[in-house]
Ligand binder design. Structure first.
Ligand code: SAM
Length: 219
């Protein structure tokens, strides 16, 4: 749904991955150059894509939502450049370019897309909704589009012929919904932006295949 993020994917799909990679590689990143760049009104989608990448790499925690700000000290006191890895970013864009033709990107409501493919037994889904269930506020702070009817998402998942995997934060409300809809769940460790290990919840139809991994357990 997020138009800033959509601009990045559209740039990749529309053949501008190399342009983006080049832009990243040749950009001389300073606080002044970042401010100058993100204050511009983008004239093209690919320029908007570059602005999104810049913001994601220089704002606290990569957060694009309102209220976020530029890194002051960054990681290891490296300030605004602490998460700017131009070679790695460029390589990712060039790698994506190889299979851009196989991606059908849509800036749309995910629930609508789920319903569109619901009767297709060959469709599989990875769903990573904003974490706002159970009154948790992280999703609100992190994403521009954080409003989601979680109960409706679970109901829609029940109607899917194909398999799905959904990640959530480990909240009572989420576990209750998973149980009510007859889904399985597992806790897995994940590292957050502050490098702390937290438990994340995976929800699906049959997750027994996950039990061979030692870090996985039932919540
Ligand atoms: C947890 S984030 C996904 C992060 C992503 N998987 C990644 O690794 O970068 C949740 C995203 O869902 C988007 N979103 C919220 N409601 C949506 C909806 N109804 N349809 C599609 N996307 C939605 C938000 O804009 C947010 O970017």
């Amino acid at each position: 749904l997020d138009d800033d993020i959509a601009a990045v994917w559209e740039a990749v799909i529309n053949g501008n991955a190399e342009w983006l990679a080049n832009r990243v590689l040749t950009f001389n990143l300073t606080k002044e150059s970042v401010l100058h760049e993100i204050e511009k009104t983008p004239r093209t989608r690919k320029e908007k894509a570059f602005q999104t990448i810049l913001k994601n790499r220089t704002f606290h925690g990569g957060i694009l939502a309102k209220g976020s700000g530029l890194l002051k000290y960054g990681e290891n006191g490296k300030g605004i450049r602490s998460r700017w890895y131009p070679e790695t970013l460029a390589k990712r864009f060039l790698n994506l370019n190889h299979f851009a033709g196989r991606i059908d990107f849509r800036c749309d409501d995910g629930l609508k897309v789920l319903r569109e493919f619901a009767t297709n037994p060959d469709a599989v889904y990875f769903i990573d909704p904003p974490y706002t269930a159970g009154g948790k506020k992280a999703g609100k702070r992190l994403y521009k589009h954080y409003n989601l009817d979680h109960e409706r998402l679970f109901t829609t998942c029940e109607s899917l012929k194909g398999d799905f995997l959904m990640t959530y934060d480990n909240a009572e409300e989420v576990k209750r919904m998973a149980r009510n809809h007859g889904f399985q769940m597992r806790s897995i460790p994940m590292t957050n932006t502050h490098h702390a290990t937290m438990e994340e919840l995976v929800v699906g139809k049959d997750l027994s295949w996950m039990d061979e991994f030692p870090a996985v357990h039932e919540p």
